[in-house]
Design a binder for this molecule. Structure first.
Ligand SMILES: *Cc1c(COP(=O)(O)O)cnc(C)c1O
Length: 356
């Protein structure tokens, strides 16, 4: 039986993407060959890479606006250091907003390159809110933030306006909501949260912000080299890029980001309303900062854990245990999760209430 997959990542993908990418492993494009045994320089694959890059820009409404989309290796975690390598001047400065474990992992890497100004942090409150009263200084090389905090279930609803380029780790909410993406100098996202299987990272870059650091950058870490090579500087993660393309095509068919955002809001309202209504559960994130992707909640009484867990298990609900740093539960509701799965979880919560 197919389960209801609330995993935080790697996570649920549209069923048709699973189906089609599985077929491509057996035979790709009626070529008599598998996707994973053809040259990445073959016409069949370069067409995949070109369309994936183009679709990403199209969905983000960034075509013809001076942006490039790349599909790189190394996960979002490698971007934590590629960003300072490519944007921080020698003896330079950068500003960071510390809203969670991933944000602080990015800060740790940036400190290897120069002066890091953490403009605000919600660490003292176990990252249960998004700091809002902060100023980004004008004299920094860039400002870095994390749009959605996968572990703590908070999401930035309003981004600051900065004179320095704004860099955003959107790993866990890319393509989930409409934003003015042209406010950002760099957007990056590991594929495995809302786009595809692990193995590739989407990096969207406003080209004019590059080439200003005076640093020597190793080739594999140099965005300009990847742009020049059309994201084929070395062998790309062909399967992950292809499955990501299929997800982007699926999203376009669904009506793009605006259409999926509506569904995401419906799913989030459905679950948050139940958490707020049901006396046996409580949310952990400050209401105004709650994430529409990762919903983090606790039982009022931990002694009921076994009962709730076994009820979820027999309903076929998978992947909702919370991250060890928060405990409790985390229901991740990425683009591909159908609202029926959320309704089922809500039904189980109601049923649990009646059993206590
Ligand atoms: C999962 C995650 C990461 C780490 O991604 P990797 O691709 O495993 O390096 C970074 N940032 C955020 C916001 C994440 O959710």
């Amino acid at each position: 039986m197919k389960k209801h997959n609330f995993s935080a990542g790697p996570c649920i993908l549209p069923q048709e993407v699973i189906q089609k990418s599985a077929e491509s492993i057996i035979e790709f494009n009626n070529s008599g060959l598998s996707l994973i045994e053809i040259s990445h320089r073959s016409k069949d694959f370069t067409a995949v890479m070109d369309e994936a890059r183009d679709s990403a820009l199209e969905l983000l409404d960034l075509k013809q606006k001076g942006y490039q989309a790349l599909f790189l290796h190394g996960g979002a975690s490698l971007e934590f250091l590629m960003v300072p390598y490519n944007l921080m001047k020698v003896k330079g400065k950068a500003a960071y907003l510390d809203t969670g474990s991933w944000a602080s992992a990015a800060i740790k890497e940036a400190k290897l390159f120069g002066d890091v100004n953490v403009v605000a942090s919600s660490k003292q409150d176990n990252y249960n809110y998004i700091p809002k009263d902060f100023l980004v200084p004008d004299d920094v090389d860039y400002f870095h933030c994390t749009s959605n905090n996968t572990i703590f279930g908070t999401q930035i609803k309003e981004f600051p306006t900065t004179s320095a380029p704004m860099v955003c780790d959107m790993s866990s909410d890319i393509f989930s909501r409409v934003l003015d993406f042209s406010k950002f100098g760099i957007i990056y996202a590991g594929a495995q949260k809302n786009m595809g299987p692990a193995g590739t990272t989407l990096v969207v870059i406003k080209e004019e912000i590059l080439g200003k650091t005076g640093r020597e950058i190793p080739s594999m870490l140099d965005y300009q080299k990847h742009i020049k090579a059309d994201s084929m500087f070395n062998t790309p993660a062909v399967f992950s890029v292809y499955a990501s393309l299929l997800t982007l095509q699926w999203l376009k068919k669904m009506g793009g980001i605006a259409a999926i955002e509506k569904l995401n809001i419906e799913k989030a309202n459905l679950l948050y309303n139940e958490i707020d209504r049901n006396p046996y559960f409580k949310g952990t994130a400050k209401t105004e900062d709650r994430s529409n992707m990762n919903v983090v909640f606790l039982l009022e009484n931990e002694l009921h854990t076994d009962l709730f867990d076994s009820m979820c298990k027999s309903a076929g609900i998978s992947g909702i245990s919370g991250h060890r740093s928060v405990g409790g539960y985390r229901a991740s509701m990425y683009n591909a999760l159908p609202i029926e799965s959320v309704q089922l979880l809500v039904d189980v919560m109601k049923d649990f209430e009646s059993k206590i």
